[in-house]
Write a protein that binds this ligand. Structure first.
Ligand SMILES: [Zn+2]
Length: 447
């Protein structure tokens, strides 16, 4: 992983290698600015030549992958990989809880006329748990902009490109395995058929593209004649027409409703809108407001790039494959995992499920100079917890802290052994080691 470098005036320069940063720090020419992502500041440089750097984003519901790459023509060199874990679930949970407590409080006092139809939401409103995804991604982009000379952004916006398929329901698309169009078609079918086998509705199995009216009987290559089936179903159906297959198969004999659904679904064109999800769209609108160029890509192209370049699947590496790119270099580097944790809560009373007080938190935020959320390094010389622990600290008034390391929580570490590496900023950080090489060829499978 590269080290981010700032000049004397705190302006971003090109990132350097870890070795070079060690030399610079050792000779006293640089200072450490941040530990996560590791950033140094040169004491004796102002300005310098920079190359174009691009931030690539693959937004996900739980985790957003982010890759920082250096661009030269169609070649991209990975400088850093990051995965941002969102906390949407915790947000919606605490809002639900707040609502329940309020309900209880207010309903006990006196009668209140029900009020629920007098609230309007502004246009483009997103639920707080979804808005949080947009906000945290935006703030990470802003932070990266202060650390590297970013010129452009790539974001995966849609699952597939209907424009590229040019009204696939009508024209007979001669899709081909392994081509960009093939991947777009596959993503389209996955969306249309709900990511399951159309015949047995099996989920989480590899799905194959299947001709409803068999090719051997003159069935066309039109997308309206294609569906997705698991391997057993596909083989069992063979060259039978759909109705015959349902009549002859033991497993599907009594599933007339499913047959009707398939016949209805295959005629229905999937609208473009269903391929864009509202959170991704909101993120795109937000990124467009920065003065950077924003390129958008499709899920089909991401997968096409990843398979073609033989890169394993992680959120961060998916991000590196977003958009138009010929070659991706240097991708086998550790990933920085960033977990949105929040900054604690104002509420000092812990409540039971029913809203009764259960216990109280301390009012002071700092204990022995540390606060919950600080990243620390603890070297414990003796005892059962002897060793070096790196992670996010949770402070206790006794001075005996808990540390959240990448391999789990370690309890009861004395503040005397802890050294601060970075102040709490609402995120927890871990460095995940290099990725293993891609296993086997899964060209014909969809997941
Ligand atoms: Zn099946």
């Amino acid at each position: 992983m590269s080290v981010f470098v700032l000049d004397r005036r705190k302006q971003p320069l090109m990132p350097c290698s870890e070795k070079r940063s060690r030399l610079l720090l050792g000779r006293g020419r640089a200072l450490v600015v941040r530990a996560y992502p590791f950033t140094i500041r040169l004491k004796d440089r102002t300005g310098g030549i920079v190359q174009p750097v691009r931030i690539k984003i693959d937004p996900g519901s739980k985790t957003t992958g982010i890759a920082v790459v250096r661009e030269s023509g169609q070649k991209q060199h990975v400088l850093a990989l990051m995965e941002l874990a969102h906390r949407g679930r915790q947000i919606s949970k605490s809002l639900e809880q707040r609502r329940a407590f309020r309900r209880r409080r207010r309903s006990q006092l006196r009668y209140r006329a029900p009020r629920f139809l007098n609230r309007t939401k502004p246009r483009g409103w997103l639920a707080p748990s979804l808005q949080h995804r947009v906000d945290t991604t935006k703030s990470l982009v802003n932070r990266l902009r202060s650390l590297v000379p970013v010129e452009s952004i790539s974001q995966e916006l849609v699952r597939f490109d209907t424009q590229k398929m040019e009204n696939p329901e009508v024209s007979g698309v001669e899709y081909q395995q392994g081509t960009l169009l093939g991947y777009e078609v596959r993503e389209y079918l996955l969306e249309k058929w709900g990511r399951e086998c159309a015949y047995c509705t099996g989920k989480d199995t590899p799905l194959q593209i299947e001709h409803i009216d068999p090719k051997a009987n003159g069935g066309s290559n039109r997308i309206s004649n294609l569906t997705l089936a698991c391997r057993p179903c596909n083989q069992e159906k063979g060259r039978q027409p759909l109705a015959d297959f349902f009549a002859s198969s033991k497993r599907l004999k009594n599933h007339q409703a499913r047959l009707d659904r398939i016949l209805k679904q295959c005629k229905k064109p999937l609208r473009d809108a269903s391929a864009v999800n509202s959170t991704r769209w909101a993120l795109y609108q937000t990124l467009r407001k920065t003065d950077l160029k924003v390129e958008v890509g499709t899920g089909g192209r991401t997968k096409f790039n990843r398979r073609r370049l033989n890169i394993p699947k992680t959120h961060a590496l998916d991000a590196a494959c977003v958009g138009e790119v010929e070659i991706v270099e240097g991708w086998n580097v550790p990933t920085l995992e960033i977990k949105a944790t929040g900054r604690g809560s104002y509420q000092r009373t812990r409540l039971t499920r029913y809203g009764f007080p259960r216990g109280y938190l301390i009012r002071q935020k700092k204990v022995q100079g540390f606060q919950t959320g600080d990243m620390v390094r603890a070297v414990v010389p003796t005892g059962t917890k002897a060793g070096t622990w790196l992670g996010r600290v949770a402070v206790r008034k006794t001075g005996s802290f808990n540390i959240q390391t990448s391999s789990g929580a370690i309890q009861g570490i004395s503040h005397r052994h802890c050294v601060l590496t970075q102040r709490a900023d609402g995120y927890g950080y871990h460095i995940q080691p290099n990725q293993p090489k891609e296993e086997g060829d899964r060209e014909h499978e969809s997941r």
